[in-house]
Design a protein around this ligand. Sequence first.
Ligand code: TXA
Ligand code: MG
Length: 324
Amino acid sequence: MTVVPANAQSISRAAELLQAGGLVAFPTETVYGLGALALDSQAVARIFEIKGRPSFDPLIVHVLDRATLERVAHAFPPAAERLAARFWPGPLTLVLPKAPGVPEIVTAGLATVAVRMPSHPVARALLAAVAAPLAAPSANRFGGLSPTRAEHVERDFGATLFILDEGRSPHGIESTVVALEPRPALLRPGAIPAEEIEAVIGPLAREEAGPVRAPGQLRRHYSPCTPLRVIEPATVAAAERADAGALSLREEFAGYAVSRVLSRRGDLREAAAGFFEALHALDALGLERIDAQPLPERGLGLAMMDRLTRAMSSRAESRDERNN
Ligand code: TXA
Ligand code: MG
């Protein structure tokens, strides 16, 4: 059995596997992660191998506490201090100068390391049991949909992986990635709205254009296998609805093979929590197409629109990338 309910016994088994250089999938408050000991370059190499992830794409290092943080990050600027005080433990990733002991493979050769201190009790129990930092990308094959349930991880990796199961990830969308230097910048919108971060440290540069600093910035990413477009379903002709699915914020659309609503109340937090789950479910139906309604680009709507516009890039291209 690969999917195991998270409890004291399975967590200590998972810690043993990690300490032996193995990989374990585990729940976090954002999405499920695929973890390995961050300071063990061979273990980290296996993450790239089984994800099919290009090695220029650096990983996030998860730490339990400040003492572990100091093993991976070599400096902690004042703005990072203020953000950590406000949002850690929680779904914020900070890009910091890396400590010498962090293997190059974790940071893809960059002088910086992305770090976060998760709040999920199972992630924390696992970090406490291994007593070491864990590198963990989302536990999906490269370029695909992020997993918000153990079953999503199992679908991608099957029997090869030990998966700690603790139901649905509460936020349902990845952490927000913020760089502090040379200036504060939003590298990936995520579970903490950019507005909340700006309320603490002032304006964030949006690093959408320019050189790729976070490969979550790659245009093709977070893609389902079914072609997806961002379009107002109300504008789609009845004849084009029959073999397609609709994904919308609050109202259902008639005539679609299936119409998924993210939050009847129009609540963006509730919508984000079920967002990848809805995409996984639609993707499993073998539809011709998914029509995703544009979401308001504020709060968590920004992170969801980011994922949708990346998912919209051509399926053929993303398939090529995944097969590489
Ligand atoms: O919520 C999350 O962050 C989840 C859970 C498992 O913690 N993890 C996650 O990891 O989404 P991953 O590997 O799928 O995304 C990591 C993001 C990528 O966009 C990567 O490029 C960026 O963080 N990143 C990592 N190290 C970086 C660095 N040194 N500089 C800039 N961006 C970095
Ligand atoms: Mg990912």
